[in-house]
Each structure stands twice: as structure tokens, then as C-alpha cells.
Design a protein around this ligand. Structure first.
Ligand code: SAT
Ligand code: MN
Length: 599
């Protein structure tokens, strides 16, 4: 196939990679339906994919990975900045030249017997000033088809690359060359000690080897849109964050845009697609995982979702927890590591009903019966679904200008101490809240008492592509730049418990909390001052129709100064690891908070 581009940089890079990896053939991808169908047909034919029941799950496929290749591998993920201190304490570091030498050794001949696919893709609406053009080279057709859904794959990107002479090169191989006549396995990959997910932030370069799963292989997602993009954003004065973006519209049609960051397992995708229980108010989704944000001409912060699909965790997704995600994956979806039922549909744990027929084929590709008690779907099994198929996606979710963000929300899972909601006095305190976002390790560990919190600043710990202290400083700098146009910042905790019982109903009723935030932004309600921030005056956060006993509400709204001081001690100990890179403003916030709590 002759190359469909005239860009010399791209042609040179492709030639260099082809020479190193020696594929049997080279295919330039165009993102078309024909291409998708052809690759899927090939994978069904080879046994890598299962075509699902066309009536129940139109245009959908299931894959089972190798049991050793089921999630991102953080201990094999590297930020190879030139200087070690630029990677900081939250990243693994190897000298870039040393890492490249090691990886060149692995890449040598690694595509033998395979096809090298060249995928031109845009993160963000094609041509948006916030978007980035990139090329992923991969030897996995599974990756190509997932990239079709998760990103914008189109030859238009090649035109933009020709015009701008710029793209982000992303190299991926499953690391499993085939000898002459050797039959391929269902899910080729390399053993853990050969896996590398490498980032070279100064060169905007990504090299991934050995894994075919999720963020290890779909390089537009965490590698580009968070690790490389956060480093670029830090240099260029914008933000790449691990945040959902939603629009909340009031009965008069006024729109509020909220970007929210939570550590994993705090219901980010559920919040992004929430079914509002506040009469007349509705939530629409712009993104469920990543936000790219830039100050606009009016001085406000504008956000786009750089992705085009959802790579969502399947288990736990049900009619009750997230009907909109379920609807999004009702067709045109790739499922990975779920149960395939006897009638070729899909099932997973906590889907809201028992597995139809009592069993099927489990994620390990073995016959499976639910009654035997083993999990049928892997806990990190996923659906890859188009955002356009989500019934509550904003009609203008692809607007290249993005949406103006009114509100940032941070949160974590705390069974006590942290109230339902509090608002930062100002943006700088908001940065402190983001930096100290934390969850309790596990309920069991809590019983041991005195177990410190697990901190996950801005829900970005594994995704900050440079020194986390510099990243925190960048947040303060953005606050200064945005001034009085900066989003208001709130901290939420949906997870307070009394014994086994959750005090707050959560899910759709979280809209009540979002509404209070919007009322604050509009200046419709006052707030009461507490040592930790601004909190709702009784009656302002509507509880109509909820059956929450007064004493539970009191607990949800309580600030226990002494208990909170312990949280501050934990935060201090955690932040100390950033050494002299910890922004002075962070120490200031710590001191102020301590003083307010002791007053
Ligand atoms: O595997 S992904 O990085 O795409 C998803 C996740 O781990 O959050
Ligand atoms: Mn994520």
C-alpha cells in the first residue's frame, strides 16, 4: 500500500519503525466502517473475537485476554524524562537513552509474521484548537478497532499533520513475533518482565511493548491524553485532567458545566451519566474520564473530552447503577473479559440479574456456571462503547470550542469524618482539596484504627507525566491566571456510613448536591462558614422526598475538628514526600486549615 501522506517526518518515522520491527505488511488505517468490519471478520475467523448475537447485541464483539494481561501495569510504566528529578516521586524513572536501548532490543523483529497498522487519530474534535493529532503504530487489530471507538480515526488527521508538521508518535507492539508457519494465539502478549509502557515527555513520545490491554495499548488514553498531555499542559499553560465533564441544566434552561475528579472505584462514570432526581434539572454527559481545558478568549476555562468513547468497567454496571452506560453498550460495542452467554450475549457480575441460562464462557475462555461461585467476568472487564451511543450525551459534546467549566469537584471514599459536601473558600484552598483527595484503604483495615489514608492527588497519581510537585504548582498558577473566572471548587463524599448503612442514598440523588453547588455559583444561596470550608445552610440542599433521619443529616454535615486534624496530619505526612518541590502555597493552606481547626 502506498503511503497516503506527504509529511516527511511521518514517512521517516514509519520507515524507521518498519525497519526495526520487520512486519510482514503495512496497513495505513482510515477509520472507515469497512476497515472495522474487515478487521473484526479477520479476528472472528482467527478465533480472537466472538461475534455476539446480532439481535440482542447488534454489531458487537467479545474478546478474552490472556489471563496475565488484564489491566494497566503501573510498575512497568515509566516517565523517562532526561533528568530523574523531573519525573518526581510518583513515577518510575529510567534514563531515556538506556530505556530506548532496552526497548529497541525488544522491538527488533517484534512484528515478524504480523501486520503493522498505522492509525492517524485525533484526541479531541478534529481540528479543535484544544485537540492533538497523533499516530499510533500497532501490530494489534484489536487495538485498531478499539481506537476506532475511543478516538477519531480519520485521514483528515493526516491533512492536519501535513499542515502543522506536528504529531505525537505512539508506538505499540504486543511483543509476540510469529515464526514462519507458527499459529497465532488468541491474545498475543509478552511476559510481565518484558512489558514496558514508556513515556518520553520532552519528546512527546510514547513507546509501549508487551501488553494488548486497555491503557497499556490504546495509547491515546492514559499515555497520551494524561501523561504526555499533562506534561505538555504544564509547559504550555493548559490542563489535562483525569476528570469527567457533565452539563447540568436547570428548569429555565441555564447550563452549568462541572468537571470532577475521583480516585478509582468512586463512581466517576455513574456521576457522568447520572439520572437527576431534582425536578426539572437534567444531567448530560460530555466525558467520563478525561478533560482537556484551556482558558478561552473570555478568560474562562473551556473543556473538551479528548476521547470519543467510554472504556468502562463492566462489573457493577446495571439498570440501577448506570442505565445510560448500559444503553451505550447495547450495540456497536467491544467487550473484553466478560461472560459470553449460551445465546452469545454478554453478562457480568452485578449486572442486576442472574446469568441467563445459568452460565456460558467465562473471561478465561472456559465453560462456566454461575452456580459454581467463581467470578465469570474479570473485575477489570470492560466495554468499549461510542459516546455517541449514550442516550444522555450532550448534543454538542463535540463542539471544538469546548464548554466553560463553572465547577470543579473532588472527592474520595470516606466512611466518616469527611462531610457530604463543602466548598473551598477560594481557588487556592481548592487546589489543596484536590492535592489531598483521599480514600480509605479498605473497611477491614479501618478496624485496625490509625491506618492512614490513601492519597490520590487530583485522581492523577499514576497519570502525572512530570514531577507531581511541579504539577501542583501548575494548578496554583492556573488559578492565578484565571483569577475571578476560575471555577468554584467543591469536595464531596458520598460514602459516609453508620455501621453497615450508607447515610446518603447516592447515585441519582447526588444531583441534589450538584444543584446546591449551582445555586452557590449563581449566588442564590448563602453558605455557613466552617473551619474546613463553606457548607450548606439547612434547607438549601433539598431533601424533599428523601427519608433521611435528622440525626443522619447531622452526621452528613458534621465537621469534627479533632478528627479532621488527624486527616490534616496524614496529608502533611503525604505531602512531605514532594520535598522542596511542594509549592509554598500548599504549606500555607496546611497551616491555615490547621489554625482554623484549632481555633
Ligand atoms: O486501562 S485504562 O487505563 O484504559 C482504564 C483505567 O485503568 O482506568
Ligand atoms: Mn480513568
Amino acid at each position: 500500500m502506498s503511503a497516503p501522506t506527504t509529511n516527511q517526518k511521518l514517512l521517516d518515522w514509519v520507515a524507521e519503525i518498519a525497519e526495526m520491527t520487520t512486519p510482514d505488511q503495512i496497513v495505513w488505517c482510515d477509520g472507515s466502517k469497512e476497515e472495522y468490519d474487515r478487521l473484526m471478520a479477520e479476528m472472528v475467523e482467527s478465533g480472537a473475537a466472538i461475534k455476539l448475537n446480532e439481535e440482542k447485541r447488534p454489531n458487537s464483539y467479545a474478546f478474552n485476554s490472556d489471563p496475565s494481561d488484564v489491566a494497566r501495569v503501573e510498575n512497568r510504566t515509566y516517565i523517562a524524562s532526561v533528568k530523574e528529578e523531573d519525573a518526581g516521586p510518583t513515577n518510575n524513572w529510567i534514563d531515556p537513552e538506556e530505556l530506548k536501548e532496552t526497548m529497541r532490543g525488544l522491538y527488533k523483529g517484534c512484528m515478524k509474521g504480523r501486520t503493522m497498522y498505522i492509525i492517524p487519530f485525533s484526541m479531541g474534535p478534529v481540528g479543535s484548537t484544544i485537540a492533538k493529532n497523533a499516530i499510533e503504530i500497532t501490530d494489534s487489530a484489536y487495538v485498531v478497532t478499539n481506537m476506532h471507538i475511543m478516538t477519531r480515526v480519520t485521514p483528515e488527521v493526516l491533512r492536519l499533520i501535513e499542515k502543522e508538521d506536528f504529531f505525537i508518535p505512539c508506538l505499540h507492539s504486543v511483543g509476540a513475533p510469529l515464526e514462519e508457519g507458527q499459529k497465532d494465539v488468541r491474545w498475543p502478549c509478552a511476559p510481565i518482565e518484558k512489558k514496558y509502557i514508556a513515556h518520553f515527555p520532552e519528546e512527546n513520545l510514547i513507546w509501549s511493548f508487551g501488553s494488548g490491554y486497555g491503557g497499556n495499548a490504546l495509547l491515546g488514553k492514559k499515555c497520551l491524553a494524561l501523561r504526555i498531555a499533562s506534561a505538555m499542559a504544564g509547559r504550555e499553560g493548559w490542563m489535562a485532567e483525569h476528570m469527567l465533564i457533565l452539563r447540568f441544566t436547570n428548569p429555565e434552561g441555564k447550563q452549568f458545566h462541572i468537571a470532577a475528579a475521583f480516585p478509582s472505584a468512586c463512581g466517576k462514570t455513574n456521576l457522568a451519566m447520572l439520572q437527576s432526581t431534582v425536578p426539572g434539572w437534567k444531567v448530560e454527559t460530555i466525558g467520563d474520564d478525561i478533560a482537556w481545558m484551556k482558558p478561552g478568549e473570555d478568560g474562562r476555562l473551556y473543556a473538551i473530552n479528548p476521547e470519543a468513547g467510554f472504556f468502562g468497567v463492566a462489573p457493577g454496571t446495571s439498570e440501577a447503577s448506570n442505565p445510560m452506560a448500559l444503553a451505550a453498550c447495547s450495540k456497536d460495542t467491544i467487550f473484553t473479559n466478560v461472560v459470553v452467554t449460551e445465546d452469545n450475549d454478554v453478562w457480568w457480575e452485578d449486572m442486576g440479574y442472574d446469568c441467563p441460562g445459568g452460565g456460558g464462557t467465562d473471561w478465561k475462555n472456559n465453560p462456566w456456571k454461575q452456580a459454581d461461585g467463581e467470578k465469570g467476568a474479570h473485575p477489570n472487564s470492560r466495554f468499549t462503547a461510542a459516546a455517541a451511543n449514550c442516550p444522555v450525551v450532550c448534543p454538542d459534546w463535540e463542539d471544538p470550542a469546548g464548554v466553560p467549566i463553572d465547577i470543579f469537584v473532588f472527592g474520595g471514599k470516606r466512611t466518616s469524618v469527611m462531610p457530604l459536601v463543602h466548598e473551598a473558600f477560594d481557588f487556592e484552598q481548592g487546589v489543596y482539596m484536590g492535592a489531598t483527595a483521599s480514600s480509605e484503604p479498605t473497611a477491614a483495615a479501618l478496624d485496625l484504627g490509625n491506618v492512614s489514608l490513601r492519597f490520590d492527588p487530583f485522581a492523577m497519581t499514576p497519570f502525572i507525566g512530570y514531577h507531581a510537585g511541579d504539577y501542583m504548582q501548575h494548578w496554583f498558577d492556573m488559578g492565578e491566571k484565571l483569577g475571578d473566572k476560575a471555577p468554584r471548587v467543591f469536595y464531596v463524599n458520598w460514602f459516609q456510613k453508620d455501621g453497615k448503612k450508607f447515610l446518603w442514598p447516592g447515585f441519582g440523588d447526588n444531583s441534589r448536591v450538584l444543584k446546591w453547588m449551582c445555586d452557590r455559583v449563581e449566588g442564590k444561596v448563602e453558605a455557613r462558614e466552617t473551619p474546613i470550608g463553606l457548607m450548606p445552610i439547612d434547607g438549601d440542599l433539598t431533601l424533599d422526598g428523601l427519608d433521611i433521619p435528622a440525626e443522619d443529616w447531622e452526621k452528613l454535615m458534621k465537621v469534627d475538628n479533632e478528627a479532621f486534624l488527624n486527616t490534616v496530619e496524614d496529608a502533611k505526612a503525604y505531602l512531605a514526600k514532594f520535598g522542596d518541590k511542594l509549592p509554598a502555597k500548599m504549606n500555607e493552606q496546611l497551616k491555615k486549615l490547621e489554625a482554623r481547626l484549632k481555633a
